[in-house]
Structure formats: structure tokens, C-alpha cells
Design a protein around this ligand. Structure first.
Ligand code: PLP
Length: 379
């Protein structure tokens, strides 16, 4: 596939997973009767103690606009990588930080960079949405797809960085929706390219904590030591704080200060801050979540394989499965209260993305897929 540099599409909101009330009403379903495989969050639910911490929050008090305690706790969490509180900003989900980044660096440019971003696609739609809202141009480098998965030519990405001089280069690692994890040496090469033009490499690690390869793959150390890397983490996903929304970025102090100057006060509410403190202190939680993800992944891959569906290798807590008519299968599963992500909006109309829930839920889903595929087989 050839790289393209498009920018003429009108503004529209990116498509996301999650179950929408409007669809539930149309289908006559209740949320409590449904299982959501379309948003990929920790399969364990929120850590123990989170509900109590939320209940103890004084609803009549403004939250700390600087999220000081949580900023320090997040820095401590990454102390081994040399992260200090000056390297951290907390946001209302990592999505808020993506928008702060594009506002900061599309509207008011870095040195010799252009008001543009390089996106390695297919990927999370919010990058493109945020770049466009901020008036920037999105250049893309599509992945090569084959049976073994999706790969990017990082040398081509480096060439695009020198050619277009994007203020921001986004890499989602592991990538949504492919599950591919970029090797540290490739990330480093992209960081150096970004640095050479005075731009930033943004590594979105929303799914890395639930990956088997969470330690080797992370760019947090680079973000703390190089001025040109920003690492994003999603506590929404890591700790299933989905209704609260919480995320943070690790970067050099001048980048953090610039993002902080644009962030509205109190955008991270008091319940989310209290929950985040408990989550970061929850010993063993992420290990248990990773074990559950790995067990569910193996079952889903095996059971879909038995149906002739070969899932792509994944380093994330979701599985990308080529099923043919993704939209049709997604809708038929939804009628049964089972919601998966149709990947048409990613340019993959033949694939669904399955967020890994506990094993029993995954068995229910794969049983339903087997029945539906059986129903559509010619007699
Ligand atoms: C790659 C990626 N980054 C960030 C997010 C958003 O996470 P948050 O809830 O922290 O805003 C998502 C949500 O789907 C995602 O897929």
C-alpha cells in the first residue's frame, strides 16, 4: 500500500466502541443483559477499594485542578524509568491528552515543523479527529497486511517524517485494532527522526499494561529521558475505570507544562482522582488482569480457529478476527446482546475486534459466533 497525505474530508467524530443507549432501545435490550466486547478494558473490573474510595469523596468540594497526589503516584509507579512528577500530566482519559497535544502542536507549531501529524494506520480514530479539529493535516502510512499480521515499514515512516516535518507522529503500541507491537529499536528510530526535525513522537500505550510484553515494549523510559517522546497511558483501560475516565502522559517537563497550560481546571473529576490513587496502589492487580487476558485470548484464538477463522497475532487485550462481513456479524451478535467492534471504520470491513473479557464470557461469544456462522452456511 502507498502512503497518502489526505486532508480534504469534512470534520466528523471518530467511531468508537462501547454500547450506545440508542441501539439498546432500538433492539429492545437492557444494558445489564448485554456483554461488551467492543471496548477493550481490564477483564477484572475496577480494583478492590475503588468503590469505597469513590463513596468517600466529598461531592461538594472541587477536585484538585492539578491532580497533585495522582500525578505523584503515577510518577512513583514509573520511578524505575526515572519519571518524576514534572514528567507527568493527568487527563480526563488519555483522549483528553491527545486533544491537548494536537491543540498545543498544530495550532502553535514547534520550530521548523508543519501543522501536521503522521499516523501509522489502521489505528485509533481519535488521532485523526483531534488533528483535524485543531486545523492540522493528517499524513498516513498504511501497514502492509498479510497472514502473519500488520507491519509498517519504519524506514518509510522516517522518510515521511523528513518529507512532511510533522509536529506529531502517533504510534499506537500495541496498535488498535491490529494488536501489533512495534519493537523498541523501531520506536527509537522514529523518536530520533522526530527529534531531528524538532517534532514529537507520541506513543499511545493504552493497551500495553494488559500485554504479555508490557515491560519490554514500553516507551515510558524514552519519554522520561528524551525531549522528543510522549508516552500515553489509559487508566480507563488498565483498571476498568471506564465510566470515570482517567489517563496520563509521561514526557519532558516543557511538553508537560505546555499541555498543562491548555488543560481546563477540574477536567479530571474528584471521583476519578480518588479511584486512580487506589488503582495505582493495587498490588498484583495488573498481573492478574494479564493472566486473565492471556487465558481468554488463547481460548478465543483456538475456538475461532476451529471455525476456520484465523485471528491475527495480538500483543493487546483484544483479538482482531477476519470474519468476512464484519458489519453483518456484529449486528447479528448485537441482537443477542453481544457487542463486538465492527472494524469497517478502520478500513477493515472484513474484521471484528473482540475485547477480551473473562473466559466464560468469551466462550459464550464464540458459541454464538459458531451458531450464527452455521445458520448462514448454504444447506
Ligand atoms: C489506542 C487508544 N488510546 C486511547 C483510548 C482512549 O482511552 P481513554 O479512555 O483513556 O481516553 C482508546 C480507546 O478506545 C484507544 O483505543
Amino acid at each position: 500500500m502507498q502512503p497518502d497525505s489526505a486532508n480534504s474530508a469534512p470534520l466528523s467524530r471518530p467511531v468508537h466502541g462501547g454500547i450506545k443507549e440508542e441501539e439498546l432501545r432500538a433492539l429492545g435490550l437492557r444494558m445489564e443483559d448485554c456483554l461488551d466486547f467492543s471496548a477493550s478494558v481490564s477483564p477484572l473490573g475496577a480494583p478492590e477499594g475503588v468503590q469505597e474510595a469513590i463513596a468517600a469523596v466529598d461531592l461538594a468540594a472541587y477536585p484538585d485542578p492539578h491532580c497533585l497526589a495522582l500525578t505523584e503516584a503515577a510518577a512513583d509507579h514509573h520511578a524505575v524509568d526515572g519519571v518524576t512528577a514534572d514528567n507527568v500530566i493527568v487527563g480526563n482519559g488519555s483522549t483528553e491528552i491527545i486533544h491537548l497535544l494536537t491543540r498545543a502542536y498544530m495550532e502553535e507549531r514547534l520550530g521548523g515543523c508543519s501543522a501536521s501529524a503522521l499516523l501509522l494506520t489502521p489505528t485509533y480514530g481519535e488521532y485523526d479527529g483531534a488533528v483535524r479539529i485543531s486545523g492540522g493535516q493528517a499524513h498516513t502510512l498504511p501497514a502492509t497486511r498479510n497472514e502473519g499480521g500488520f507491519t509498517w515499514d519504519t524506514a518509510a515512516a522516517e522518510r515521511l517524517i523528513s518529507q512532511h516535518r510533522p509536529a506529531l507522529t502517533f504510534v499506537c503500541n500495541p496498535n488498535n485494532p491490529t494488536g501489533a507491537l512495534m519493537a523498541p529499536e523501531e520506536l527509537r528510530a522514529l523518536a530520533e527522526s522526530a527529534q531531528s526535525i524538532g517534532g514529537l513522537l507520541v506513543v499511545d500505550e493504552a493497551y500495553i499494561n494488559l500485554s504479555d510484553r508490557w515491560m519490554e515494549g514500553s516507551a515510558v523510559g524514552m519519554a522520561a529521558s528524551l525531549g522528543s517522546v510522549v508516552a500515553l497511558r489509559s487508566m480507563t483501560k488498565d483498571y476498568a475505570l471506564t465510566a470515570l475516565r482517567l489517563g496520563y502522559a509521561v514526557a519532558a517537563p516543557p511538553v508537560i507544562a505546555r499541555l498543562g497550560a491548555l488543560q481546563p481546571d477540574w477536567s479530571v473529576n474528584g471521583l476519578a482522582q480518588a479511584a486512580g490513587m487506589v488503582a495505582l496502589a493495587a498490588d498484583g492487580y495488573l498481573d492478574r488482569a494479564r493472566e486473565t487476558v492471556a487465558a481468554s485470548r488463547d481460548r478465543v484464538v483456538e475456538r475461532l480457529g476451529a471455525l476456520g477463522i484465523r485471528c491475527y497475532p495480538t500483543a493487546a487485550n483484544f483479538v482482531l478476527a477476519p470474519v468476512g462481513d464484519a458489519a453483518g456479524l456484529r449486528d447479528r451478535l448485537a441482537r443477542r446482546g453481544l457487542f463486538v467492534r465492527d472494524c469497517t471504520s478502520f478500513g477493515l470491513p472484513d474484521c471484528i475486534r473482540i475485547g477480551l473479557r473473562p473466559v466464560d464470557d468469551c466462550i459464550r461469544l464464540t458459541d454464538a459466533i459458531a451458531e450464527l456462522l452455521n445458520d448462514t452456511k448454504p444447506a
